[in-house]
Design a binder for this molecule. Structure first.
Ligand code: NAD
Ligand code: ZN
Length: 358
């Protein structure tokens, strides 16, 4: 069976394009009676961008605390707050922020038209009813969350980090304004930008491949290398290049390899954020990525980014066991990278030694 692949149908790209958000929202107001609901990363509370939100009477603005990565409980709370505000469906859900906030917008929208709790929809193609219209506005480039078909959520009860993988989860419209990323702290810009690089090298070095995905991934990798090997990854032209690389990388997303499972272990057990967790993972996976690791090492050095050593130096045996379990559980990507016998390579001892080397 061949896969029927969906892309985000509309996008606006360009410096200053945030000014057009009002037009996009107005078109939705004309089409549907409900309010516009804005999910905005808490960084922007009280800043200039808050004043530029095209909100009208009856709309709802909810700030997303991204200190920690989104949880299923947080989604249920946001969905309840949205319903309590107005019992009609929103004319559009607008999410403005990094991967975490973009994922919150997607997940809450799914919960407005599907019964039960967010945790019920973690998995593949479990979302049944179409969600309200959604507009994604990234303010941090790299995750590809703006155009992927998932929204990744931590689920404390099940001890997992898993998305609502579904075509319904995807945005209907993107507004890509590189200006919005200017205020991102430098280390964060690197960690998240490198998420694109990781998705794409994992895809390119894996065994599940197709020509379109390879072309997108290769282009995104080339762009990341241009950005992170330049003098200043945050130079004006690089902000736009990074936003495009994230978009291309997001479209090619799907089949990751060894980096993301190891990174997921760190996020589940130690609550390490996704971007930096990926960097820790690749920093010890040189043997699996012999072509890419040296480039990564040059890029992080060139940009003067910090990755403090000793992340897993003082962990208990139970924590190490949990790290192994929450990494090797990702069978599909590990099979993509290492074949069905990946546990012969990634034995418990081997995985523990990787974590200890971080
Ligand atoms: P993030 O959204 O967690 O934000 C990181 C930090 O950057 C936060 O403190 C935030 O306040 C700040 N920030 C964001 N934009 C800013 C700006 N313009 N100026 C200043 N500060 C800003 O980071 P991220 O790396 O973009 O996203 C990580 C999340 O994305 C994780 O939850 C991960 O699971 C998820 N993710 C999703 C997908 C997907 O396909 N859906 C793919 C990869 C990762
Ligand atoms: Zn990722």
């Amino acid at each position: 069976m061949y896969r029927n692949t969906k892309n985000v149908p509309f996008y606006i790209l360009g410096k200053g394009s945030f000014a057009q958000l009002g037009d996009l929202v107005d078109a939705r107001r004309a089409a549907v009676a409900g309010p516009a609901v804005f999910f905005v990363d808490h960084f922007f509370r009280g800043r200039e961008l808050e004043g530029r939100l095209p909100k009208k009477d009856g709309d709802l603005v909810l700030f997303v605390d991204t200190t920690n990565e989104p949880t299923t409980e947080q989604i249920d709370d946001f969905a309840a707050a949205t319903r309590a505000h107005d019992n009609r469906l929103p004319c559009t859900v607008v999410a403005i922020g990094g991967g975490a906030t973009l994922d919150v917008g997607k997940a809450v929208a799914n919960m407005l038209t599907n019964p039960g709790q967010a945790a019920d929809y973690q998995g593949w193609d479990l979302v049944k009813n179409p969600a309200p219209h959604k507009i994604g506005v990234p303010t941090l480039s790299g995750t590809g969350a703006e155009c992927s078909r998932t929204c990744v959520l931590l689920n404390a009860k099940r001890g997992i980090k898993l998305g609502m993988n579904s075509d319904i989860t995807m945005y209907d419209q993107l507004l890509l304004d590189p200006e919005l990323t200017r205020t991102v702290p430098r280390d964060q810009y690197f960690y998240t930008g490198m998420d694109t690089y990781m998705h794409c090298i994992e895809s390119l070095r894996g065994s599940y491949r197709n020509v379109i995905v390879d072309a997108l991934a290769q282009k995104a990798v080339d762009m990341c290398e241009e950005i992170f090997l330049s003098d200043d990854m945050m130079a004006e032209e690089n902000l736009e290049k990074m936003m495009i690389a994230s978009y291309l990388g997001g479209m090619s997303a799907g089949n990751v390899g060894v980096i993301h499972p190891i990174s997921a272990g760190l996020s589940v057990v130690l609550h390490t954020h996704h971007g930096i967790a990926n960097c820790y993972a690749l920093s010890v996976l040189g043997e699996f990525y012999p072509e890419d690791y040296p480039k990564y090492a040059r890029m992080i050095e060139r940009q003067g980014v910090n990755l403090p050593k000793g992340l897993c130096a003082n962990l208990s045996d139970d924590q190490l066991k949990a790290l192994v379990a929450s990494s090797v559980v990702h069978e599909k990507p590990l099979t993509n990278a290492l074949g069905p016998d990946f546990r012969k390579i990634l034995t418990d001892e081997k995985v523990i030694s990787l974590f200890k080397a971080m």
